[in-house]
Design a protein around this ligand. Structure first.
Ligand code: LMR
Length: 390
C-alpha cells in the first residue's frame, strides 16, 4: 500500500525549527514559528500555568474520561473570555486539540451543512487553506493586505465580500493578524460586520492571539461586533499563545446562534465529528486554563504576565521601527501593527540569503515573529534589512 503514496514535503513553517536548530552560529536569530519568547530567547511556562499544574497534580483524583465535548467549565470560562456577554447570542462549545483542531471541526461542519465554500483573506496563515482543503471546502480568496505599501486593502476586501454568494463561510482573524499584524479600526469592524450580515455569510472567526494586540478585552472587540450583527457564527479559539501552552494542544470551537436549540444542534454535529476523528480532546491544558480562569489570584497573575508579554512585544516593535526608520519609509507601520507578526516586503532570495549569510531565520513569505527579537539584536537585524526594504 505504502508504495502507492508519494512522499509529502515538510510543512515549511515547522521545518524552519529544524533548520534553525541545525545552525551552530551563536548569534543566530529565530524569527520563524509563532511562539512567544522572552528577552533571553526562552518560551517560559507562565507563572499561573505552573501554579495551576501544581494544584492539579495534588488535587486531580482521576484520569477517567471527562465528557464528549470536553471540560464544560473550561468551555464556559473560555467563552466568557472571548465572547464576553455573548451579544445576546447562544454559544455551544466543543473543546478541541488546539486552535487547529477547532478550525478543522469548523471546516468539517461547513462542509456538512454549508455551501462548501469559504472565503479566505490573503495573505493568511498558510495552514488555513490546507485545513479547509482537507475537508473538501473550496477556498475562494479576497484581498486583505498589500505587502509593498503595508496597507489593509479594506475597499477591495469589502468589494469582494459584497459579491460573495449567500450562505458561504468567511474566515476572519479576530486580532493580531497572522501573518501581517495589520488590524482593522472599530469603524472598519462595523462595516465588515454589516457586509457579512447583509450577504448572510457565516463568519468563521479565528481567535489565536487574544491579549497580544491591544489587550484581552480590546482584542475581542472586533469579534464581538461581528457576533452581534449575524445570526450564526463559528469561533475557533486557541489557548496556545495566550496561555503559553502550545504543546498541550488546547482550544475550542464555539457555534454561536440565535437560539439555544440551533447552537445545540451545531454542537451535536461537532461532537460526532470529533468522535469519529479523535474521540475526545486531551484534558491537561483545558484543566490548567479552567484552574487559572476560575481562581482569582491565578487569573490576575495570568493577566499581569500576559500584559507584560504584550508590552515587551510593543516595545520591540517601536525599537525595530525606529532602527529601520532612516532607511525604510514604511517602518512606522511596524510599530502600529499588532501581535507577534509583521510581513516584510522581502523576496524569497533575500530571505534565503538572510538565513545563509546572517543566521536570521524567517519563512520565505518574509513574515517575522517580533517576539523572536532581543533588544540587543535589533541594530544588527535592522542594518541587514534596510538595504533590502528601502
Ligand atoms: C505560526 O503561525 O507560526 C503558528 O501558528 C504555529 C503554527 O502552527 O504554524
Amino acid at each position: 500500500m505504502f508504495d502507492k503514496l508519494a512522499s509529502q514535503p515538510n510543512d515549511p513553517l515547522l521545518a524552519l525549527i529544524g533548520l534553525y536548530n541545525a545552525d551552530h552560529r551563536a548569534d543566530k536569530i529565530d524569527l520563524g514559528v509563532g511562539v512567544y519568547r522572552d528577552d533571553l530567547g526562552r518560551t517560559p511556562v507562565m507563572r499561573s500555568v505552573k501554579a495551576a499544574e501544581k494544584e492539579l497534580l495534588e488535587k486531580q483524583d482521576s484520569k477517567s474520561y471527562v465528557a464528549p465535548e470536553g471540560d464544560r467549565v473550561f468551555l464556559d470560562l473560555l467563552w466568557d473570555l472571548v465572547g464576553g456577554k455573548g451579544q445576546g447570542k447562544f454559544a455551544a462549545g466543543v473543546q478541541t486539540p488546539g486552535g487547529s483542531g477547532a478550525l478543522r471541526l469548523a471546516s468539517d461542519l461547513i462542509a456538512r451543512a454549508g455551501s462548501g465554500r469559504i472565503h479566505l483573506g490573503l495573505p493568511s496563515w498558510p495552514n488555513h487553506a490546507g485545513i479547509f482543503g482537507a475537508t473538501g471546502l473550496s477556498v475562494e480568496t479576497y484581498p486583505y493586505f498589500d505587502v509593498p505599501t503595508q496597507d489593509v486593502r479594506f475597499a477591495s476586501m469589502m468589494k469582494a465580500l459584497s459579491s460573495a454568494p449567500r450562505g458561504d463561510a468567511v474566515l476572519i482573524h479576530a486580532s493580531c493578524h497572522n501573518p501581517t499584524g495589520a488590524t482593522l479600526t472599530s469603524a472598519q469592524w462595523e462595516e465588515l460586520a454589516a457586509v457579512i450580515a447583509e450577504r448572510r455569510l457565516v463568519p468563521l472567526i479565528d481567535s489565536a492571539y487574544q491579549g497580544f494586540g491591544a489587550g484581552i478585552e480590546e482584542d475581542a472587540a472586533g469579534l464581538r461586533t461581528i457576533i452581534a450583527a449575524v445570526p450564526e457564527a463559528l469561533v475557533a479559539v486557541s489557548c496556545s499563545k495566550s496561555f503559553g501552552i502550545y504543546r498541550e494542544r488546547t482550544g475550542a470551537i464555539f457555534a454561536v446562534a440565535e437560539t439555544q436549540d440551533a447552537a445545540d444542534i451545531a454542537r451535536s454535529n461537532l461532537v460526532t465529528m470529533a468522535r469519529t476523528s479523535y474521540s475526545m480532546p486531551p484534558d491537561h491544558g483545558a484543566a490548567v486554563v479552567r484552574t487559572i480562569l476560575s481562581t482569582e489570584s491565578l487569573r490576575q497573575d495570568w493577566i499581569d504576565e500576559l500584559n507584560s508579554m504584550r508590552d515587551r512585544l510593543n516595545g520591540l516593535r517601536r525599537e525595530l521601527a525606529a532602527a529601520l526608520g532612516d532607511g525604510w519609509q514604511l517602518a512606522p507601520q511596524i510599530a502600529e501593527q499588532q501581535g507577534m507578526f509583521s510581513l516584510l516586503p522581502l523576496k524569497e532570495a533575500d530571505v534565503l540569503a538572510l538565513r545563509k549569510e546572517h543566521g536570521i531565520y524567517m519563512p520565505t513569505s518574509g513574515r517575522i515573529n517580533i517576539a523572536g527579537l532581543k533588544s540587543e539584536d535589533i541594530p544588527r537585524v535592522a542594518a541587514v534589512l534596510k538595504p533590502l526594504l528601502g
